[in-house]
Design a protein around this ligand. Structure first.
Ligand code: ADP
Length: 764
């Protein structure tokens, strides 16, 4: 048996005690496995050769050298507390002992100890990260089999006095000893926590940060789960994040959106920027970025839809069906860009809507009337306060898809200004080479417009810049004859109006005669807009009567019309029976359809001046000069008349500037009639440009002009022979009721009107 004095060690263990081999030897121990050992608890630290009996506490522990580990440790397995009954120290400082086993008065319930041990081990392990050799520390804790052992292991780091340790050792109740040790351990754990907390404040900061981010991640994850259950509770930022994830944007757009989202996150709620950033994200994430599949369109079904919603317009419908067929074959979503030209109310916009329906696509209408700024088309840069996307992207946004049928209305009303030319921006929109990467200034990223089916509308092509016009295929809407209007009113306008006013067929009867009277006397138009308004007025009146409790069917008669519509019949400029010499009926083309007009001429005493009044300025002036020269050359004997008088020509307002030259033949005939003093039948109307050689040259807008002539009571119309081909576009009703005479020369016109039978320059 060897005796080893130890100072300030926890000796109360049943279990293993660890000593470094060197330390063990210094204490006088032998590193021999199986050697019996008594450990003496010392009152103070003494060198072995100075130890006296007084230095030794009367209670120690006994055990055996259990193991000598390869990494330089001696493991002493301790079994019992012992009373040191006698100590004999010889001259060579060899210590001999008489010992007896010290019996516990109370023992510990092993299950309870096990439970406590697990708990304490857990807490102790939490400390591991605070020590340098965390793995070793953990290993030591793991091997502890009892609270005493754990205490012994940790005592190395503990700050309890030697005396306190002995006080535990001398306690005879194992339960109490365990309690005391437990207290030690808990204190040790807490103290270690506090001290390491304080000494490593910075470390703690990192830990906090780490902890915070871990918590945040956890929260985000949980929040996401919650959000999926309650999408209505998402914050704006989350909403946009989700939308960006799902939108399928192109690379540029996604990058820009995430950039803006990052800024939105950084800005406070009250920052002036926030609204702008929010609007931007709302706009771009609301757009449809996904390509739509091309669908095969059933031609017959498309045809049926077009016919169902619009009467007539056969040429337009045929062209649309052709386009659909081509799109089907080529598996494309757009084709040539169509330009519908015609007077207001001729159905240009509404057939656009039907086209969308027949294609099964969304419809978007973009009004360009009055647009004078490039930004109207292309948007404002976001640096501007109140910046907005342009009308094109706005239309796309409202349609909710990337391939709507988009009607660009009133493309002829674009104006140029110092703010850039909207027409050139529009060129890019309509150019299939460029529009797949159309970049709105507000969005600042490209958007693909190549699947949009564009339809433009205009009242006239005159003011449309040529490059823009070249991109489009013009389809004319020539206006409706009274018979067509009647059909439209009966089949479409009246039923629609009744439905929207809540009136049914058993409430009101409108005869064809009434509709005809409205068409003839209460509207004066190429389209049917006025007609629709009148019909609406009738139905509204009926609705009032029905709500007042009238129970009989309301029969609207021709005589009631004036009161019902609360308007006077429109002044119909029917041609008079007779005109003075010098006045001739012409046909003009205006942006609201065709019109007839009277060109008036008089001679007044003067010196050969020519006075032209009326609005059409320069264009008219040229035609007038040609007419005057022609007349002078046809009637050389009337030269004096022109020398001694001033000639006044008056052309009423109305026609579009481009149509100016087409008054040439009318002016020539009027001046001829003036000088020959032969009047022309006002029922004869004419149109045609004249050349100085006396030829009648072709003009535009023939169907509209003839329709207007018929409306006004004209019976005969002279048209340039080269316009004969255009007669296919003229309604049969017009052709049947008008005597249409193609003419080649001024002479022919003069002869046929009875103004003069001249043979002028026979060689023509
Ligand atoms: P535009 O665009 O040419 O000025 P709209 O398309 O606005 O004319 O048409 C005016 C009204 O007349 C619309 O209510 C439209 O439905 C109706 N309409 C025009 N043409 C027809 C037609 N051929 N058949 C049925 N309704 C028509």
């Amino acid at each position: 048996m060897i005796v080893v004095p130890v100072y300030n060690r926890q000796l109360i263990a049943e279990g293993n005690l660890y000593f470094q081999i060197d330390e063990w030897r210094n204490l006088g121990g032998r590193a021999v496995q199986g050697e019996k050992v008594v450990l003496l608890h010392m009152k103070d630290k003494q060198k072995r050769d100075e130890i006296t009996e007084d230095n030794i506490y009367p209670i120690g522990v006994a055990g055996v050298v259990n193991n000598i580990s390869r990494d330089g440790y001696i493991v002493v397995k301790v079994n019992n507390r012992v009373n040191i009954d006698e100590v004999i120290i010889d001259a060579r400082h060899h210590i001999e002992l008489n010992i007896s086993r010290r019996i516990d008065t109370e023992s510990v319930d092993p299950n309870y100890e096990k439970e406590r041990l697990t708990q304490l081990k857990g807490e102790a392990k939490e400390l591991a990260s605070r020590f340098q050799y965390a793995a070793f520390f953990n290993m030591l804790i793991d091997i502890a089999n009892s609270i005493g052992e754990l205490n012994a292991i940790l005592s190395h780091w503990m700050n309890i006095s030697n005396e306190d340790k002995y006080n535990i050792l001398k306690e005879d109740s194992a339960v109490k000893r365990m309690e005391m040790m437990e207290q030690n351990l808990v204190e040790f754990i807490e103290v270690t926590k506090v001290t390491t907390d304080a000494t490593s404040a910075q470390e703690q900061e990192y830990k906090d940060m780490y902890k915070e981010s871990a918590i945040k991640k956890q929260m985000e994850y949980l929040q996401k789960e919650l959000d999926e259950m309650h999408p209505e509770n998402l914050t704006d930022v989350q909403k946009f994040e989700k939308k960006i994830d799902e939108a399928g944007m192109n690379e540029d757009a996604e990058k820009e959106a995430r950039k803006v989202l990052d800024r939105l996150k950084q800005e406070g709620k009250n920052s002036p920027e926030t609204g702008m950033l929010y609007d931007y994200l709302d706009f771009v994430t609301g757009l449809s970025w996904k390509k739509q599949e091309t669908e095969h369109i059933d031609l017959r079904e498309a045809e049926r839809i077009l016919d169902e919603e619009h009467y007539g317009l056969d040429k337009v419908k045929k062209r649309i069906i052709q386009q659909i067929a081509v799109m089907n074959l080529k598996k494309e979503q757009s084709g040539s860009i169509l330009l519908f030209v015609g007077a207001p109310g001729t159905g240009k916009t509404s057939i656009g809507k039907s086209i969308a329906k027949s294609l099964g696509r969304e419809y978007a209408r973009v009004s360009l009337g009055g647009s004078r700024d490039e930004a109207d088309i292309r948007g404002h840069r976001r640096t501007y306060i109140g910046a907005m996307p342009g009308r094109i992207m706005d239309g796309i946004s409202k349609s909710g898809v990337s391939n709507p049928v988009m009607v660009l209305d009133e493309i002829d009303k674009l104006a140029m200004s110092y703010n850039g030319d909207p027409a050139s921006a529009l060129l890019e929109v309509l150019d299939p080479e460029q529009n797949s990467t159309f970049t709105d200034h507000y969005m600042n990223v490209p958007y693909d417009l190549s699947d949009v089916f564009f339809i433009c509308t205009a009242n006239s092509t005159d003011t449309i810049p040529q490059p823009l016009l070249d991109r489009m295929e013009v389809i004319n809407f020539t206006g409706y004859t009274p018979a067509e209007k009647l059909k439209i009113a009966r089949q479409h306008l009246l039923p629609k109006s009744m439905e929207s006013m809540g009136v049914s067929e058993k409430d009101i009867a409108v005869s064809d005669e009434v509709l005809e009277t409205i068409i003839e006397d209460y509207t004066r138009e190429a389209g049917v807009r006025g007609l629709r308004k009148r019909i609406d007025t009738l139905c509204r009146g009926a609705a009032v009567m029905i709500s007042r409790g009238g129970d009989s069917k309301i029969e609207i008669t021709k005589e009631h019309l004036r009161g019902e519509l609360d308007m006077r019949p429109v002044h119909r400029e029917n041609v008079p029976d007779k005109q003075k010499p010098g006045v001739v009926t012409g046909m003009a083309w205006t942006s609201v359809g065709g019109e007839i007009l009277y060109i008036e001429t008089v001679l007044i005493k003067g010196k050969g001046d020519i006075i032209i009044t009326g609005k059409l300025g320069d264009v008219m002036k040229e035609s007038a000069q040609i007419a005057v020269s022609l007349v002078k050359s046809i009637f050389p004997d009337k030269a004096e008349l022109f020398e001694e008088n001033d000639l006044h020509i008056h052309v009423p307002d109305g026609a579009v500037p481009k149509d100016g030259p087409s008054a040439g033949i009318t002016m020539t005939t009027a001046i001829s009639s003036l000088v020959t003093e032969r009047d022309v039948d006002p029922h004869i109307a004419m149109t045609g440009e004249v050349s100085l050689r006396g030829l009648v040259m072709p003009i535009g807008g023939l169907p509209e002009k003839l329709m207007a002539a018929l409306r006004s009571g004209v019976t005969t119309a002279f048209i340039p022979v080269e316009n004969e081909d255009d007669l296919v576009d003229v309604a049969d009703e017009v052709k049947d009721n008008l005597d249409i005479i193609p003419v080649t020369s001024v002479e022919e016109v003069l002869r046929r009107t009875g103004v003069a039978d001249v043979k002028w320059r026979e060689a023509v």
